[in-house]
Design a protein around this ligand. Structure first.
Ligand SMILES: [Zn+2]
Length: 419
């Protein structure tokens, strides 16, 4: 299949899962794309007439077609690993005790600062390729393991470069407020003030920031500190998001929703009032079941309350060396099904339409509909209930990004393997 960024294509003979919360599979569907965009989708029998020869027809041989998956919460850029924390956790050590013993976020900050650009890039690229093999065409990448201005800028620049080189859409999140760095030990307020007054405006001026995140929790930053940084983000026209109520409820979601946060993530200790505030603000609840699993948590996010209040739920890997090592969005779906009892339609919406909303991308990505970008994933499955079902099996055949098949899918089409 020739690379042609202006091509007109008809992707036919597929079962379409268009994304969105109440989306039934549409058998014998077709999707028409012109250049980067979707121009039509629906039942093949209703397809508009086209000039013969002006459109390239691609027979997907009955495979399933979904929007390209979106991983809306990752810490993809880091060096080293924290495998040594695993036995400590098995012995019952808490997050705070592990940090006090020299582990935790600051140990990854040391390793990341010491790594070269080439090392950081190569490791993140390999992680990204694993996600892409599972159907991911867009993702969020946070900074937060630099924690000084030069290293935070370096991580955000590398994230932009990954997006350009790997043909994947990247949303850059500034997470300078991930932990208080050693240079500011015991001076958290001063650190937040530096981020708000100095670092964030400089990084934003270099177009390195698409949103601003704060780790708001008992052992991290307070709700007041989050509010200070969010107000600085607002002044720069940047949306905000939050690691909220993972270990304790210290009022983070309240502060985030008052500022129209795109998403609040984790949410194990979120209460009913927080859920209502999220519903009112249109804030997406991002569930991170891999971190929940690794930390041997017992308390689940309030899934029923989120459903009752109609809060959109997204699911992400949280890929990071401490609490979610590895890079599998399909595993996150499995755990969301197994541990949080999400239904198949919620799972798919969680990594498509709702994940797009969590990144402010709902007008470009997350559904298969006219006017949106032609980013798809193609699957060898028989039912949509296979999302969340498989463990260690990847039924993704390939992806389409901006109307162009990736190498794997293009090769399968070329060799006639799909029909
Ligand atoms: Zn995280």
């Amino acid at each position: 299949m020739k690379e042609d960024r202006a091509a007109r294509r008809i992707w036919r003979n597929c079962t379409l899962l268009a994304g969105g919360p109440e989306c039934a599979p549409l058998p014998d569907a077709a999707v028409m794309t012109e250049g980067q965009n979707i121009v039509w989708s629906g039942p093949r029998a209703q397809r508009p007439a086209t000039d013969h020869g002006a459109w390239q027809e691609i027979d997907l041989g009955g495979r399933w077609l979904t929007p390209g998956l979106i991983d809306c919460h990752t810490h993809l850029l880091f060096a080293g690993n924290r495998a040594a924390e695993q036995p400590m956790r098995a012995r019952g050590a808490s997050y705070t005790e592990i940090a006090a013993a020299g582990g935790g976020i600051l140990s990854t900050v040391r390793a990341t600062r010491a790594a070269s650009d080439a090392q950081l890039y190569a490791q993140a690229r390999a992680r990204l390729e694993n996600l892409q093999r599972e159907g991911v065409t867009a993702l969020e990448i946070k900074s937060g393991y630099g924690l000084d201005l030069a290293n935070e800028a370096r991580l955000l620049r590398l994230a932009r470069r990954l997006g350009r080189d790997a043909d994947v859409a990247v949303h850059n999140t500034f997470l300078g407020a991930h932990a208080v760095p050693p240079e500011y030990a015991t001076r958290g307020d001063e650190y937040i003030e530096t981020l708000a007054r100095d670092w964030l405006p400089q990084l934003a001026a270099q177009d390195l920031v698409d949103s601003v995140d704060v780790y708001c929790d008992r052992h991290a930053f307070s709700a007041e500190q989050a509010a200070r940084l969010f107000d600085a983000a607002y002044a720069l026209g940047l949306p905000v998001r939050m690691h909220a109520e993972q270990f304790a409820n210290i009022g983070g979601t309240k502060v985030a929703t008052e500022r129209g946060a795109l998403s609040c993530d984790h949410l194990e200790h979120t209460n009913e009032n927080d859920v209502l505030a999220m519903a009112q603000a249109g804030t997406v609840a991002v569930l991170l079941p891999i971190a929940w699993h690794v930390l041997r948590e017992r308390q689940r996010p309030p899934i029923d309350a989120l459903r009752r209040a109609n809060v959109s739920m997204a699911i992400a890997t949280d890929c990071n060396p401490g609490t979610a090592p590895g890079e599998s969005l399909l595993l996150a779906l499995h755990l969301a099904e197994r541990e949080f009892c999400l239904q198949a339609s919620e799972l798919l919406a969680g990594v498509t339409a709702n994940a797009a909303r969590a990144l402010g991308w709902q007008r470009q990505r997350g559904r298969v509909a006219p006017g949106l970008l032609a980013d798809f994933a193609v699957w060898q499955i028989d039912t949509h209930e296979e999302f969340g079902y498989w463990i260690g099996h990847n039924p993704c055949v390939g992806t389409v990004r901006g109307g162009q098949a990736d190498a794997r899918l293009a090769a399968a089409i070329e060799r006639g393997l799909l029909v």
